[in-house]
Design a protein around this ligand. Structure first.
Ligand SMILES: [Zn+2]
Length: 323
């Protein structure tokens, strides 16, 4: 009886033991399922990331393509403009790629279409020699009121530039008109000019006379009746100008790129303001157009970003639509 009971217990134990591996197998299966789920989620995440990256790539390609298209259109427009431009207004800029090689380029570009028209390589030494000549001239000259440079600028006009940078123009009659930068008699001294005084008796200011000069002020007497075209182009240090009453017009390009010009007083005799006359005068904040002015030309105040107040006294004025 005892033996039978023993075997019965043993059998139970065997049965129980035989169940354990099965229990282990179930646990393994659950673990496998969890692992499978985890791998699946990882794979889904990976796919989502790849899709995102591809979408970004597509957006990037689209942006690149539209940028290239815009650039190509801009290039084509520029090429067309350069091909059809008459290059009437030019400026000369210095380009020194290697300051140690003893040479620099003088590049003439068209202001309208930005085309490079001429490039001349010049020895840096020349400038030094010029500076030396000027220095020895300064040394040789008597100390006070001495002139650093002088010459003629019209049939009956002379100019002198003193050591303080004052360019004085004296005599009677008209000033010569100039065609470009280099034929202006004070062109080599343009960066030494601080102030311009035109004395009574002078009747005109010649075309392009003060382009690229570093003057901060100018005195124009009542004897002046005409100011030429393009006279103050790129006089970025000029802050204030009073145009006397006998002057009858502000002509094309006169104050273009005078980026420091804050104040302009237009005389009561001015009847017209030419095209591009105040173009890119970015510091100009207010202006009064007197009643005498009957027309304002194309782009006269274009790119005058600081201009917040314009007073026009003539109600019948004709203003170009692009002004
Ligand atoms: Zn041009």
């Amino acid at each position: 009886m005892k033996t039978k009971r023993f075997f019965s217990i043993l059998l139970s134990i065997i049965l129980l033991l035989s169940l354990f591996p099965h229990a282990f197998a179930l646990e393994d299966l659950a673990a496998l399922q969890a692992e499978y789920q985890r791998q699946l989620e990882l794979a889904q995440q990976e796919v989502a990331l790849q899709q995102q990256a591809m979408q970004q790539q597509v957006i990037q390609y689209q942006q690149d393509a539209s940028q290239k298209l815009q650039q190509a259109q801009a290039d084509a427009q520029k090429a067309y403009k350069q091909a059809t431009c008459k290059h009437e207004w030019t400026k000369t800029v210095e380009e020194d790629k290697d300051p140690d090689d003893g040479f620099h380029d003088e590049v003439t570009v068209c202001i309208d279409c930005e085309k490079e028209l001429e490039r001349v390589t010049v020895e840096d030494k020349k400038d030094e020699e010029q500076a030396m000549t000027l220095k020895s001239a300064l040394k040789a000259a008597p100390a006070l009121g001495a002139s650093a440079a002088s010459g003629t600028c019209g049939a009956n006009l002379t100019w002198t530039l003193d050591n303080e940078g004052t360019l004085t123009i004296t005599g009677t009659g008209a000033m010569s008109d100039y065609t470009g930068d280099t034929d202006v008699p004070w062109f080599n001294e343009r960066k030494s000019i601080v102030k311009v005084v035109i004395e009574d008796g002078v009747t005109t200011i010649g075309n392009k006379a003060f382009r690229h000069c570093s003057l901060t002020s100018i005195t124009i007497p009542d004897s002046v009746t005409s100011i030429g075209v393009d006279v103050f182009f790129d006089c970025s240090r000029l802050t204030s100008v009073t145009i006397p009453d006998p002057v009858t017009s502000i002509r094309d390009f006169t104050f273009q790129s005078c980026t420091g010009l804050r104040s302009i007083t237009i005389g009561s005799g001015v009847t017209s303001i030419g095209q591009y006359a105040f173009n890119r005068c970015t510091s100009l904040m207010s202006i009064t157009i007197p009643v005498s002015v009957t027309s304002i030309g194309f782009a006269a105040f274009q790119e005058c970003r600081g201009l917040t107040s314009v007073t026009i006294q003539n109600p019948d004025i004709s203003i170009n639509s692009y002004t």
